[in-house]
Structure formats: structure tokens, C-alpha cells
Design a protein around this ligand. Sequence first.
Ligand code: GDP
Ligand code: IMO
Ligand code: MG
Length: 429
Amino acid sequence: MKVDVLLGLQWGDEGKGKIVDVFTPKYDIIARFQGGPNAGHTLEFNGQKHVLHTIPSGIFHNDTKNIIGNGVILDPYIFDKEIQKLRLSDVQPENNLFVSKKAHLILPSHRLLDAVYEKSKGAQKIGSTLKGIGPCYTDKISRTGLRVGDLLCKDFDTKYQNLKKKHFTIIESYGYDLSDILFDNLSFDEYEKQWMKCTNTVKQMNIVDSEYLINNALKAGQKVLAEGAQGTMLDVEFGSYPFVTSSNTIASSVCSGLGIAPQKIGKVYGVFKAYCTRVGSGPFPTELFDADGQALRDNGHEYGSTTGRPRRCGWLDLPALKYAIMLNGVTDLVITKADVMDDFDYVKVGEKYLLENKELDFFPFEINDENLKPEYISHQGWKKDITKIDQIADLPKELMEYIAYVEKETEVPVSIISVGPDRKQTMIR
Ligand code: GDP
Ligand code: IMO
Ligand code: MG
């Protein structure tokens, strides 16, 4: 059996969580392979909305195993809050949630470092989610991090104190007043106490060698779906560096983030919004600052699932989408949120870039909003409420033309069309 992959092709928040939830009944295992609680994946069903940060989006299906893979980084405090919320929804995660021993731990001092680094960057800040992502992955690569498996070792406390001490040497060198940096409205000391308590919640879960669990499941003929977090344009290697996250978000990361050989990758589902959004700083060639941008934000409720920040909105960016499809080897496209433009007279697409007045149709190294201008093509709007449509044949002709245009340009079929946040508002071709 092969591992299918579902990931984001833009700057995150494409609707990955919703689609994973829809796909889950077809799979035995759903596994996160990278990222951490910077992610916010929203699922809606039975009139209820759930936001997941570290836990895979298959968790509401009792018969499906959910794995937090070795490539993920986990904050016990945030993880504990997620578990508590799931219990309120009658989910018993200890039955179907598995955590890799090799997943790295986000310490309270990683969060403090994130805050200090961002403060020191001033106007050049990344706009990080302040969840400690960059500092935790830095420790992983520097070979100084702590992992979930370390929680089970007798000397965890000593290891923790040693790493914290190293972090504080850096933090104090900045000379900032730290008293106004709060986590969940808690002072550092109080947060740290709570964090320590929450490590018990992690210990109550199934802590496993997830690479064996997944490979054995594949051998036994089980079906696995790898769930991406963030988006391709936030990939540390290929995204709009340095305004990126600190992990590889692309399909190749499934191999290292779960311990899977490259030939075991099957289908790659690439999720994209019918337009674009970005939260945080960094280049965004098709960003809109006008009434169309505001309408996308309002109609699409474009406010971050993790931080509540307003998302920057703009038209679909075709060169960036083609770049993302190339990097991931996307076999199937999933279009979400076309319904957000139901009342638009026209729908535009950035078809090519002009870099210092020269036409480009690829995604250049020298990307910034000053030198790069998109050339737009305009499509006719469909001017129809599509949120209640449940047959592809009933979708408006103008929307199908828009989709056909994307398929022609990208040479990849759009296999799934999502027309609303609910599980049921999904059509499979
Ligand atoms: P993720 O991080 O990729 O899982 O996406 P988020 O959950 O952060 O953001 C996507 C938002 O759009 C969530 O509020 C979803 O409930 C919502 N959503 C997903 N698909 C659709 C869709 O087709 N139409 C509309 N209107 N909302 C959608
Ligand atoms: P999901 O999985 C959207 C953005 C942050 C910031 C940059 C770096 O829900 O799609 P970090 O905290 O990772 O150091 O922040 O990346 N970012 C996301 N934007 N969706 C996400 O996840 C994101 N995770 C990080 O806003 O610009
Ligand atoms: Mg999100």
C-alpha cells in the first residue's frame, strides 16, 4: 500500500482540515508529518466547529488511527487543551491517538525565544504565530532539542533545566523587559508550571515508534493519509524566505516526517483556495487593498484559526500555484471557498508576473512586492449561491469555466470541489 498526501498549495489555511475530515472514512491512518501548533485546522459537522492544532483531523472517527509523526513538534500545554476540548465532544483520544517518541517538544523557553526574536526584528518581523516553532526546530537541527520520548526518561528534569538555561543565556542577552510577555495570559513562571503538569497528558497517550507503526500498517494493506500543515509557499526551502515557517511543508517531507520511503508515496492532493490569503509578513504579489480584498475577508471569514489575526487577501496567483504543484508532484487538486466569491461580478487570476517590467511565468528568487507585479486575467463571476449545491452538474457554468481554466493551466485535474465549511458541502468528481 502507498501513503496518500494532502497538503496546502498556498500560504496555509486552504481548508486542509476540512478535506482530511471528509477523506478520513477511506483511510485507516491519518498522520501529521511536520509543523506544530502554529497550525489551525477547522472541521465543521453536525452544526459544530472544531479547531485542531497538533492532533490530526481524523480524530473524530473512532475507527481511524491518528498519528503525530516524528516530524511534528508538540507543545504539551497546547496539546492538553486540545485533548480537553476533544473530551467535551465525547472523543476519547487515548483510544486512537498515537504520538511518536521522536517528535520534538516545544518548551516554554522556545516560546519566549520566539517572542524575543520577533521583537528584535522590529518592522522586519516574520509575523510568527509565537508558538515557539522557529526556536524548537532550531534546537532539533542543532541537536540540542528534547523529544516526547525524553518525557519517559528519569533524567528529563535535568535535561529540561539544562536546555532552559541555554535559552535564558540568549534571552537575557537581548536585555528586554520580559514581564509583558504572557502566554495564554500567564506569566512565564505560571505557564511553565502548567506546561510541566500537561506533560502528564502526553504521557497518558500511546507513545510509539511511529515509523514502525506506519510501515507495518502499510505492509498489512492498510491505507494511510499524510496531513500537511501550513502551505507550500511557507516551506522553509522554497517559500518566500525568510517569511516562511521552519519546516518543510512539501510532499517530500512526508518521507522524513513519518519514516516512509519515497516509492511509498501515492496520490498527492493539493488544496487551494479559489483566491489567496496570507497571515503574517512577507511578499504577496496578488494582494488586494481594495473593496474586493475586503469582500474576500468578510465573506470568507478570513481571520486566523490560531491567532485570530485578519488574513491578507488577494486573487489566485497562478505562477505560485504552478510552482507548488511542481514541488509536490500534485496528482489531484482540491478547490475550496469558491462560494466566497458567489456575489462577485468578476473573478481575477494573476496569470503571469512582471519583474521590473519583464514578463515571467515562474516564481523568482527576487520576490518582493515592490519589484513584482502580476498581470491579471478576468473571468466572469457566477453570481449564484453555490453553498447548497450537492451535484457537480448543478454548479454554474462560469465556475466550471474557472475550474477548467485552472486545470488547463496547471495540467492537473480538480477532483474535489468544496462549497462551504461543512463536511457535507463537498463534491467529489
Ligand atoms: P487549514 O489550516 O488549511 O485546515 O484551514 P483553516 O481551517 O485554517 O481555514 C479554512 C477556513 O475556511 C475554516 O474556517 C474552514 O471552516 C473554512 N472552509 C473550508 N472550506 C471551505 C469552503 O469551501 N467554503 C467556505 N466558505 N469555507 C470553507
Ligand atoms: P495551517 O496549518 C497560515 C505563518 C505565520 C507566519 C509564518 C511563520 O493552519 O495552514 P511560525 O509560527 O510558523 O514561525 O510563523 O508562517 N503560519 C501560518 N499561516 N496557516 C498556518 O498553518 C500557519 N502556520 C504558520 O503566520 O507568517
Ligand atoms: Mg489554518
